[in-house]
Design a protein around this ligand. Structure first.
Ligand code: SF4
Length: 299
């Protein structure tokens, strides 16, 4: 990692010595590692998803729910061996899968930790839970290690991506990244209990005042991916962090969410998850280690 170009930012910093845009060093900080019940039903199941929240993010979303950890170094530092142990402990707790949250800056460590954990007895699917601002070259390094890709396609237009997340070239990269994820893992497959075992599950969080952006994202999925693609259309937005101006300073309106759902239906998708708008509540944001060291200490 002497000149980091893991993601589209291509900061070219030596992460042993310095940090780039994401704020992550070469050894990841883990803000939380615990069973999580609030992912999609096919991910959380009945026993929970074994989530590992990484510190550091290559976007700067004004409305980031995880801003406490997204550009800092909270929690516990784990090298590849410690991460492998952490995965096995989540498996022992009954997790349905290992869910790597905001993993992009840590791909080199994950390429060591995942095979190590497999050798030590990890049987669970690995979920790569990403903002989709990824380089295809980096994703190729994960082929064979990741079972389920869970990208959140946030925007199509450069204006929205630049204004809300500081990445005007977001879609240029995210669109290619999602195609690579589809190539590696295909359409999502569920086991008889309805739990995801392998494939692609695309998320889109509908933002207030951004139904047209949602339509563009859905239009891209309709054009570029199979009609059977599983889509999680999320309506859980709530204002936080720097979202203090209109329209980001309010929750999503029911009629906005319904318009996005109608568009999804009109495009003929057959596997769409929608949410109750009551899930737009801060109770669904997990406590991170900065506030609750127990999340890590239990492992
Ligand atoms: S992973 Fe971090 S340091 Fe590396 S290119 Fe991306 S933002 Fe920059």
């Amino acid at each position: 990692m002497a000149a980091c170009d893991i993601c589209p930012r291509a900061c070219l910093v030596d992460r042993e010595l310095a940090t780039g845009y994401c704020g992550a060093g070469s050894t990841p900080h883990i803000a939380r590692a615990a069973l999580h019940m609030w992912e999609e039903p096919c991910i959380s199941g009945t026993r929970g998803s074994g989530t590992i929240f990484f510190c550091g993010c290559n976007l700067s979303c004004l409305f980031c729910q995880n801003h406490a950890i997204s550009h800092g170094a909270a929690g516990v530092q784990m090298d590849a061996g410690a991460l492998a142990d952490c995965m096995l402990q989540l498996q022992a707790q009954g997790a349905h899968n290992i869910n790597l949250v905001t993993p992009a800056p840590h791909v080199p460590v994950l390429c060591k930790a995942i095979p190590m954990a497999r050798q030590m007895g990890l049987r669970l699917p690995i979920v790569y839970n990403t903002n989709a601002y990824e380089r295809v070259e980096t994703l190729r390094r994960l082929e064979g290690f990741v079972d389920i890709y869970l990208p959140d396609i946030k925007y199509v237009t450069p204006v929205a991506a630049s204004r809300y997340s500081g990445a005007g070239d977001y879609f240029e990269y995210a669109s290619k990244a999602v195609l690579e994820m589809q190539r590696q893992c295909g359409v999502l497959r569920l086991n008889p209990e309805g739990i995801a075992v392998r494939g692609l599950l695309v998320r889109h969080l509908v933002l207030p005042g951004s139904v047209d952006e949602a339509r563009r994202v859905l239009g891209f999925i309709a054009k570029a991916l199979p009609q059977a693609t599983h889509i999680s259309l999320m309506g859980q937005y709530m204002p936080c962090h720097k979202a203090s101006f209109a329209p980001l300073n309010r929750k999503l309106l029911r009629r906005e969410y319904e318009r996005a759902i109608e568009h999804c239906v009109s495009l003929g998708f057959t596997n769409v998850l929608i949410q109750s708008l009551s899930s737009a509540d801060s109770a669904f944001v997990p406590p991170f280690a900065a506030q609750n060291e127990e999340n890590i200490a239990k492992l």
